[in-house]
Design a protein around this ligand. Structure first.
Ligand SMILES: NC(=O)c1ccc[n+]([C@@H]2O[C@H](COP(=O)([O-])OP(=O)(O)OC[C@H]3O[C@@H](n4cnc5c(N)ncnc54)[C@H](OP(=O)(O)O)[C@@H]3O)[C@@H](O)[C@H]2O)c1
Length: 241
């Protein structure tokens, strides 16, 4: 067994599918222990059993539920020295016709969710000798792919700026903060609602996307770097994209 992350105790949000699930598997394969947070309990329970991890059913848009779940995970693992913020949703369309409810969902999960999970984790992360926060943003947060994705891209651009703020605030307490920004990745993100936009993006991801394992491998490298090396920002693309 790879022991790169042995003794690490890491909570992954968005762990019920896609990048979060692959990251949880990769952390365990590297010797770490995981807590798995998302809303779909059935999926979390199956994965927790397979990985000998802890399932935490929580909606990151709800700060108190998220805090309760993270505190319970830290209790059960005997502390936390890593947080992977991978929970996210995709909403898109022309600004002229998008239902504002969709903008609210985007920002509640992709932006406030990152803030809620991070704030709840801070007491545990700062109690560890050395710890990490890895925020999963997107290439969309660095440059706008299509106008239909402007609100999603804005939510991911916010993750970049929040990561910078977190790094400056938390690094003095031994918490290293990184942002990982993948281009297209083949996941369920494009299948949640089966809209025309999601179908187009899903086809593009199938054609030129990274695998979830590609992203998970990069995240494990970020976590395994020597404590003085910060991967402040990692942008990942399939060479064909
Ligand atoms: N796929 C791509 O091309 C791509 C590219 C760049 C960045 N990303 C980012 O990567 C991250 C993971 O997405 P993915 O592609 O792996 O898609 P995914 O398979 O749909 O995974 C999204 C995860 O987020 C969780 N989630 C959604 N809303 C939540 C909420 N309110 N509370 C808690 N968990 C929630 C989902 O679980 P539940 O439904 O069980 O709650 C699921 O585990 C997202 O932040 C996404 O923006 C994706």
């Amino acid at each position: 067994m790879d022991t790169t992350l042995s003794d690490r105790r890491i909570l992954v949000t968005g762990a019920s599918s896609g990048i979060g699930e692959a990251t949880a598997r990769a952390i365990v394969a590297a010797g770490g222990q995981v807590a798995l947070l998302a809303r779909r309990t059935d999926r979390l329970d199956v994965l927790a059993e397979e990985l000998d991890g802890i399932a935490v059913t929580a909606d990151v848009a709800d700060p108190e539920v998220t805090r309760g779940g993270i505190n319970r995970a830290a209790d059960e693992l005997g502390g936390l020295d890593g947080l992977i913020n991978a929970a996210g949703v995709l909403r898109g369309g022309p600004l002229a016709t998008t239902d504002p409810v969709e903008w609210r969902q985007l920002f509640e999960v992709n932006v406030l969710g990152v803030l809620h999970a991070t704030q709840a984790s801070i007491p545990h992360l700062t109690a560890a000798d050395h710890s990490d926060v890895v925020n999963v943003s997107s290439m969309s947060g660095r440059r706008l792919g299509s106008t239909e994705m402007a609100a999603y891209a804005a939510s991911k651009a916010a993750v970049h700026m929040l990561s910078e703020g977190m790094r400056r605030e938390l690094q003095p307490d031994g918490v290293r903060v990184s942002v990982v920004a993948p281009g297209f990745v083949r996941t369920e993100l494009f299948g949640e609602r089966d809209t025309d936009l999601e179908q187009r993006l899903g086809k593009r991801a199938d054609a030129v996307g990274l695998s979830t394992d590609d992203v998970a491998t990069a995240i494990v490298q970020v976590l395994a770097a020597p404590p003085h090396v910060v991967h402040a920002e990692v942008a990942l693309l399939n060479a064909d994209q």
